[in-house]
Write a protein that binds this ligand. Structure first.
Ligand SMILES: *[C@@H]1O[C@H](CO)[C@@H](O)[C@H](O)[C@H]1NC(C)=O
Ligand SMILES: *[C@@H]1O[C@H](CO)[C@@H](O)[C@H](O)[C@H]1NC(C)=O
Ligand SMILES: *[C@@H]1O[C@H](CO)[C@@H](O)[C@H](O)[C@H]1NC(C)=O
Ligand SMILES: *[C@@H]1O[C@H](CO)[C@@H](O)[C@H](O)[C@H]1NC(C)=O
Ligand SMILES: *[C@@H]1O[C@H](CO)[C@@H](O)[C@H](O)[C@H]1NC(C)=O
Ligand SMILES: *[C@@H]1O[C@H](CO)[C@@H](O)[C@H](O)[C@H]1NC(C)=O
Ligand SMILES: *[C@@H]1O[C@H](CO)[C@@H](O)[C@H](O)[C@H]1NC(C)=O
Ligand SMILES: *[C@@H]1O[C@H](CO)[C@@H](O)[C@H](O)[C@H]1NC(C)=O
Length: 560
């Protein structure tokens, strides 16, 4: 009943919007505004908060400044969707008004207690400047949009007492329930100077939280941890599992945010003792440490989507331009396109892929059949926008043993991509795509591979090279790199890139490594942006297939 009502409300509004609102006339002045990545109509946005699927509706909250394009007056923006693609923007759900959150309603998570009672736990800065945790509840749980949220009268729920640094206590996770019936959350902190910590708290009711004697996990090697996320993954397939699931055939993932990156570990969690035994390397600052994304991607949050039995991941993709550019644009910050996330067959890492609903936006398709790309090839993909597209390309190598030698298995991939850029010919590679390419290639963003033969194994390097992405000065043009856990003797080397005006999200090896970049081209904008496939190595590579789609614009509009 509730579900049907929500559907009716949403479709009714879609009609109104289609008839009532045209495309903005000033689109040319906004070459960097995205077409299918979530962003508010204007102003500043950072971390995704409290994502959930409840009563047939997806909710996305986000750190939002209602008053301007830079960080400040942080509120919880709120948007809802039926498909994770098209969104209605509602009024902010939480604004800094009370003594316990007057300094800003910061990041937090939602939990659906007992499958029917959503709560939000969020960090705030109180009137004394301390970080505290607060709780909010829907005013009317039967309202399919959960428009109004009430801050609990018992706030703050947790204050930084004892050994907790008052400015290092934030980002409560989604709660999970143990076999003892108690809920558990993690909070990022630094209790002893130089010791990054995920604190563990228990509650029987979701309101009254008690700290565990022991931290859930800590590290002396890294900076303070933000935005901890902890969830089970199935080791027999791609299906996601509910955060509180207890049973066999699962492993657990702990993700924390530091150094502007999303680091994770995988292990076995025992809910009886709350011990978490790692199966992967522990958190470190090494460049080979597992990361969700090796580019611009931070403060992520995942949720279990019971409707499609999947775990969905969101993250903040910040800007690489300047504060004065933010004022010119009137906005700052994107959300990544939502990704499904699951454990790889090797169980050594996670795999990510854009949620399937993205296909709704695919318009004109161009397909190229299998062909050999000789060294030095550069092929335009005609009819496809290099600034608003979904691109899938698959390569294979005929004789990987001819690959360039590399003398270490432990190189820093980002450094390798910087050193051996798109203009540096190897044997296998660089080969890949140029997106946001201007007519004479003065501007281009290159996403490519390079294959090496190391002492013990092949190394497949994936790079996203922004060094020539814009003729503009003062915008970030970093190059990013990652290794793909592939064996080029047997495996194909595939790339998927979502290209959207000022962002390119790339998925190598069917989601084994992801790299997100921001770009601000001056020439390669709108219809002037072209797409190419290229091979700049000395050896031929086979392009088994290329499929690319121009993308339609998602509907991201105010509710009223
Ligand atoms: C926050 O809001 C106040 C009141 O609306 C405004 O004066 C101030 O400039 C805002 N600050 C920022 C950083 O947006
Ligand atoms: C709660 O929402 C439902 C569904 O929209 C509505 O029928 C009901 O009147 C609301 N209750 C209150 C107290 O507003
Ligand atoms: C608390 O954290 C802040 C920010 O990192 C730091 O400057 C300060 O020294 C810390 N205080 C203590 C008592 O460790
Ligand atoms: C909160 O929980 C603790 C530990 O379970 C208990 O001792 C305390 O009485 C509870 N407080 C309230 C207000 O329910
Ligand atoms: C997990 O596996 C063990 C041993 O096979 C079995 O006894 C137990 O019932 C299983 N637990 C669940 C929750 O399926
Ligand atoms: C590519 O690398 C070469 C050699 O390191 C360097 O000379 C050149 O400037 C680089 N090109 C770009 C576009 O970064
Ligand atoms: C390939 O390398 C040459 C120089 O080695 C460079 O001029 C050219 O721009 C590169 N091709 C691409 C697609 O970057
Ligand atoms: C490429 O095009 C741009 C813009 O039209 C122009 O400024 C530049 O000189 C051209 N470069 C070459 C090498 O032709």
């Amino acid at each position: 009943m509730v579900k049907e009502m929500a559907g009716w409300v949403l479709s009714f509004c879609i009609l109104l919007v289609v008839n009532g609102v045209g495309v903005h006339a000033s689109e040319d002045l906004q070459p960097y505004r995205t077409a299918f990545h979530f962003q508010p109509l204007k102003n500043w946005m950072n971390d995704p908060n409290g994502p959930m699927y409840f009563n047939g509706v997806y909710h996305l909250f986000y750190q939002y400044n209602p008053g301007g394009p830079l960080w400040g007056n942080i509120s919880w923006g709120h948007s809802i969707s039926h498909d994770l693609v098209n969104w209605f923007i509602l009024e902010p759900a939480l604004s800094p008004k009370e003594p316990y959150d007057i300094g800003g309603c910061f990041t937090g998570s939602s939990t659906i207690l007992h499958g029917s009672k959503p709560i939000i736990l969020y960090t705030a800065q109180d009137a004394d400047g301390a970080q505290v945790q607060n709780l909010a509840l829907p005013k009317n749980r039967s309202d399919p949009l959960l428009k109004d949220w009430i801050k609990w009268s018992g706030n703050p729920v947790l204050t930084p007492v004892n050994d907790i640094n008052t400015s290092q206590f934030r980002d409560p996770s989604t709660a999970w329930k143990g076999p003892d019936g108690k809920w558990r959350i993690l909070i990022g902190s630094e209790i002893i100077k130089g010791q990054a910590t995920a604190l563990l708290y228990y509650s029987t009711d979701g309101f009254n939280w008690t700290r565990s004697d022991k931290p859930f996990k800590f590290s002396r090697e890294t900076n303070m941890w933000e935005c901890p996320d902890f969830y089970p993954v199935s080791n027999i397939g791609k299906d996601g599992i509910d955060t509180s699931f207890q049973g066999n055939n699962t492993m657990h993932v702990l993700k924390v945010s530091f150094n502007s990156h999303e680091y994770y570990v995988i292990g076995m969690y025992d809910p009886q003792t709350d011990q978490f035994l790692l199966a992967t390397n522990d958190f470190s600052v090494s460049n080979t440490q597992l990361q969700y994304d090796y580019g611009r991607f931070y403060a992520s949050k995942s949720f279990y989507d019971g409707a499609k039995k999947r775990r969905v991941l969101w993250a903040w993709v910040n800007e690489g331009d300047s504060p004065s550019d933010a004022f010119k644009k009137g906005w700052s910050g994107l959300q990544s396109f939502p990704r499904s996330i699951w454990l790889s067959d090797t169980r050594k890492q996670l795999v990510q892929w854009p949620v399937e609903e993205i296909k709704k936006l695919r318009a004109k398709q161009v397909n190229m059949v299998s062909r050999e790309l000789k060294g030095g090839s550069l092929l335009e993909v005609p009819g496809i926008s290099g600034s608003q597209a979904d691109i899938e390309v698959v390569f294979s190598l005929s004789n990987p043993s001819d690959a360039e030698l590399i003398n270490s298995d432990l190189s820093d991939p980002q450094h390798l991509c910087e050193q051996k850029n798109v203009s540096t010919s190897g044997s296998y590679g660089p080969f890949g795509v140029l997106v946001f390419a201007s007519k004479n290639l003065t501007e281009q963003t290159a996403v490519f591979f390079r294959v090496f033969k190391g002492p013990n194994k092949f190394q497949v390097l994936m790079c996203s090279d922004q060094s020539r992405s814009s003729i503009a000065q003062g915008v970030d043009k970093s190059t990013y790199g990652a290794f793909l856990d592939l064996d080029p003797l047997h495996d194909k080397i595939s790339l998927r890139s979502l290209v959207d005006h000022s962002i390119v999200e790339s998925f190598g090896g069917e989601g084994l490594a992801c790299i997100t970049a921001r770009v601000y081209p001056k020439l390669a904008i709108h219809e002037h942006a072209k797409l190419y496939v290229f091979n700049n190595g000395s050896k031929s590579v086979t392009m088994l297939s290329l499929n690319a789609w121009n993308m339609n614009k998602a509907q991201i509009v105010p509710m009223d």
